[in-house]
Design a protein around this ligand. Structure first.
Ligand code: CP
Length: 336
């Protein structure tokens, strides 16, 4: 495997093979598999799970990892192309990225959406500019529009829970958040559930529609796998019979990049906090999923997050096993 950029770059059979490998590594560790291998990790955006789970995954496979982020005592990094560097930044990303890459056998990059232009973010322009600077195998640790590591872990979690693929009802619900958040997790999650052949509903208020290109791509994946994808603002209809409620907040797509207009719109929807009544007409064993971090009492009520429906810790733990499988394929003797 030369790159792990998007779950859609892999077939369902290839993803199932990665999950089988993740499960095997979870049951039976392979502590010498990546002996002597180094993973370089560039975090241009904050993290807890991704930062920790990639380092833990490398150690568990016998290799090592190092982290570079602007929060460390590194030279100030300039990211703007064509800039005259007469300010505080002493190093440009165009040199920093290939240097960091050259110290490792593979590299992971996290760069959240800039949220200035929806077209730029849908095209993943910033990540792709960084990708052009790297010649080693590369892992997308969350870009403007993708988070394949989260999706692979969520795929594993859904399998473990026995949530049906065909016939399974998956609701991705927008939730209130005081800030406009990226589209990466919602876009990746719709695609993941669609690829599994589930009946996927995107539940969101008016003004927070998922971009058409994301929905169209997911609809094609769902059709190929025997599922469906739709979008609604009708909570009662969406949640009826749901097997999974996956909560996530995202930016208004109507006012993308406009903080004031986005803030004015979202203020009306602060009742979009997942709580027990959301499960009244759902399937009896309906699960609550979220990628974390999550704001308690804002995105989800404590009693849901702390209750038996919540699988958020399992999702987070599966990040490590899913990434072990990716690293094993990328740096070991993988066939993908
Ligand atoms: N879910 C996720 O990517 O978590 P972090 O932002 O903490 O890495």
């Amino acid at each position: 495997m030369k790159e792990f950029y998007d779950l859609a770059d892999f077939s369902v059979e290839e993803i199932d093979a990665l999950i089988a490998l993740a499960n095997r590594l979870q049951r039976k560790p392979d502590p010498q598999a990546l002996a002597g291998k180094v993973l370089s990790l560039l975090f241009l955006s904050p993290s807890l799970r991704t930062l920790a789970s990639f380092q833990a995954a490398m150690v568990r496979l016998g290799g090592g990892a190092f982290v570079i982020s602007p929060d460390m005592s590194i030279h100030g990094i300039e990211t703007r192309p064509g800039i005259v560097m007469d300010g505080m930044a002493a190093e440009h990303i165009r040199e920093a990225v290939p240097v960091i890459a050259s110290y490792g056998d593979a590299m992971g990059i996290r760069a959240f959406a800039e949220r200035r232009s929806l077209d730029d973010d849908l095209a993943d322009r910033e990540y792709n500019a960084l990708r052009d600077l790297v010649s080693t195998p590369l892992i997308n640790m969350e870009s403007a529009i993708g988070h394949p590591c989260q999706s692979l872990a969520d795929w594993k979690t859904l399998d473990e829970l026995g949530v049906p693929r065909q016939g399974g009802r998956f609701v991705l619900s927008w939730a209130y958040h005081p800030r406009a958040l990226p589209l990466a997790v919602p876009a990746a999650t719709v695609q993941m559930a669609a690829m599994r052949g589930m009946d996927v509903t995107v539940l969101r208020p008016e003004g927070f529609e998922m971009p058409a290109s994301i929905m169209d791509r997911a609809a094609q994946a769902a059709a190929a796998a025997g599922g469906s994808v739709r979008e609604t603002d009708d909570r009662n209809e969406a949640l009826d019979g749901a097997h999974v409620i996956y909560a996530k907040s995202w930016s208004s797509t109507r006012h993308y990049g406009d903080k004031v207009a986005d803030g004015d719109l979202r203020r009306d929807f602060d009742d979009w906090c997942v709580d027990d009544p959301w499960f009244d007409t759902a399937a009896p064993d309906c699960r609550f999923m979220h990628c974390l971090p999550v704001r308690r009492g804002v995105v989800v009520a404590d009693r849901v997050l702390d209750g038996p429906r919540s699988v958020v810790i399992q999702e987070a733990q599966n990040r490590m096993y899913a990434q072990m499988a990716v690293l094993h394929e990328m740096l070991g003797n993988g066939g993908l």
